[in-house]
Design a protein around this ligand. Structure first.
Ligand SMILES: Cc1cc2nc3c(=O)[nH]c(=O)nc-3n(C[C@H](O)[C@H](O)[C@H](O)COP(=O)(O)OP(=O)(O)OC[C@H]3O[C@@H](n4cnc5c(N)ncnc54)[C@H](O)[C@@H]3O)c2cc1C
Ligand code: FES
Length: 258
């Protein structure tokens, strides 16, 4: 089934940490077909902000027909969403993008690595993977949003930039300090983190899937606002580009130049 645009009701909204919000939306047709690592585009009610804002699926509740979005206030669009309450209506397009590959991992150990606002999409992945999960979460400080929820699905290691919780430093520092190893990496977060993980996966000789969060415009593959450099020639643009919104946001690390 293709993506749908619908007007959805907010089921609940909650503040998780300073500037970080969690919103459940009733969107049955999106929830029924969505996969971990996919995202939706949220439309502002302010006509001056025409472009929708892409937000990853943090959780998918197929039984209740709801999706959960966890987001940081970055500007006017996300600020507007943070004021929505249960019953408010919001236009949503989705599910968009490809999502993480989840099959064939029985008996393996996976690193689920999230940096900052790249942490939310790893939660649904943690729920759906059938292998052993080691979540490595990188925060600025001890806000530690979603950490407790990850503990339901595997072991959790934390790195903070200011050293206020877990390992002082980044996610790779936490991996090294705790002597962790895995058979495969799934990650989402800032580009420097993804770049370092791509190099680490190459050294370790393990597969690595990265979710890129580039700025977007159309969100459906039409405008080329979100391209990244790729090894292969893109069938749409015929150059070494991939559209993050359509071909991604998840790529095998060796597929993309960061
Ligand atoms: C596939 C995808 C999934 C995403 N998932 C999430 C998520 O789960 N939670 C979340 O909080 N955010 C997520 N983002 C980022 C989110 O889309 C932006 O923060 C949001 O669009 C900003 O809109 P705004 O109107 O609030 O701010 P704007 O006024 O549009 O921008 C405010 C600031 O944020 C920066 N910014 C805008 N878009 C991005 C972006 N894509 N990446 C980095 N910086 C950006 C701008 O450069 C500017 O400095 C995702 C982005 C993509 C592409
Ligand atoms: S945002 Fe338009 S092609 Fe990706």
């Amino acid at each position: 089934m293709a993506q749908v645009k619908l007007t959805a009701a907010v089921a609940s909204q909650e503040k998780l940490a300073e500037g970080i919000y969690s919103m459940w939306i009733k969107a049955e047709t999106i929830a029924s077909q969505a996969r971990p690592g996919q995202f939706v585009s949220l439309y502002s009610k302010d006509g001056a902000r025409l472009l929708p804002r892409p937000i990853s699926l943090c959780e998918i509740d197929r039984e209740q027909g709801q999706i959960r979005l966890v987001y940081r206030i970055a500007g006017a669009g996300t600020e507007e969403f943070s004021h929505y309450q249960a019953g408010d209506l919001i236009d949503v397009l989705g599910p968009l993008g490809n999502g993480f590959p989840v099959d064939g991992l029985e008996g393996k150990t996976a690193f689920l690595i999230g940096g900052g606002i790249g942490i939310p999409p790893m939660l649904e992945l943690a729920k759906e993977l059938s292998c052993q999960v080691q979540a490595v979460l990188g925060y600025r400080d001890n806000s530690l949003f979603l950490k407790k929820e990850f503990e339901n699905y595997g072991s959790v290691y934390v790195a903070t930039e200011d050293g206020s919780a877990g390992t002082k430093g980044n996610v790779l520092d936490a991996i090294r300090e705790n002597g962790l190893h895995a058979d495969i990496i799934f990650a989402c977060g800032p580009t420097p983190m993804l770049k370092a993980l791509k190099a680490y996966a190459g050294e370790q000789g393990i597969p690595c899937y990265l979710s890129l969060e580039e700025r977007m415009a159309c969100g459906i593959g039409a405008c080329l606002a979100c391209v990244c450099q790729s090894k292969e020639i893109d069938s749409h643009s015929h150059v070494h580009n991939k559209r993050i919104c359509k071909d991604g946001p998840v790529f095998a690390a060796e597929e993309v130049e960061l």
